[in-house]
Design a protein around this ligand. Sequence first.
Ligand SMILES: [Zn+2]
Length: 370
Amino acid sequence: MSVFRVTATDGAARAGVLTTAHGEVETPVFMPVGTKATVKTLLPQEVREAGAQILLGNTYHLHFRPGDELIAELGGLHRFMGWDGPILTDSGGFQVFSLRDTIAHVDDDGVTFRSVYDGATARFTPELAAEIQRNLGSDIAMCLDQVPPPGVPRAELEDAVRRTTEWARLQRHAERAPGQLRFAIVQGGTDRELRQRSAEELVELDFEGNAIGGLAIGEDRDVTFDTTDWLAPLLPAGKPRYFMGIGDPVGILEVIEAGVDMFDCVLPTRTARTGSALVWGGRLNLRNARYARDPKPLDAACDCPACTRYTRAYLRHLVNQSELLGHRLLTLHNLRFLLELTRNAREAIERGEFSAFKRSALDRIGTWEP
Ligand SMILES: [Zn+2]
């Protein structure tokens, strides 16, 4: 039985349902990030009430602190963090390769690096990435991949594509947690030929889903979206497509339009931490003095706890005083904003009105600098 079924299409955009061991996920879906087994400051029920269906956990961080074996001993990540819905764990590839200064050595069997926690030498192999995610017991495990930074020479990009496929092959039959799905990650930067090669090789390995990695990592935004437009159709229509690491309102709409089903980003939680809210019209920085006496909610149309009970003036006060409640309320609002945007996009696809929805949403979003 297929774990994913497309229930509506509109152009390249699709609505679907992904079945996991911990429940169904309606797509397109935005996945809040709980790097260290927590969506910072929020209770699982609050995350759910904001509209989240599936959370992200992080292989790299949980392996080092508190340790995936410890989490397994305590019943797995779901029980450990008190979230009984679906969880996707990334493989640690992005963390290892984005902390470039900590990499000691990359070879065909894995990557050796210094842990950001204590500087100790550590090594990730495809087999270990699979084992950590089995210990965590996530519903969706990601293959360990090699993620080159933007702008590297083509030979380096080609090497990363080759390794990513070899590593995926090693993970194909690795032992899994009960019901665990595994997704491959397509690499190749913005090089069309390499992306195509990566996609073909990984599709051939027949994972339950396919991800687009190594984009939205600093290249020009037009290039990100253009690449996604031609890359997404190379991934099987009957399987979920996951764009790793995009979550600003414009980015969400663009990748949905290209036929992407899943995406994640730390943007809503990180933006909250800096005292800003995602609102129609852009980003609202509560540190700005103009909100000192503002009796309005962040967004009159939003039904989140921050908007239904509090004024901008109060939220600004909390932010300025570094009160934890301010951080919590802004996180709740930012998540709600993106989860609602995604849910509305899904409904527009079902009605066959995604283009019009996107046009009107882009007008309301205004100029957006991610
Ligand atoms: Zn709100």
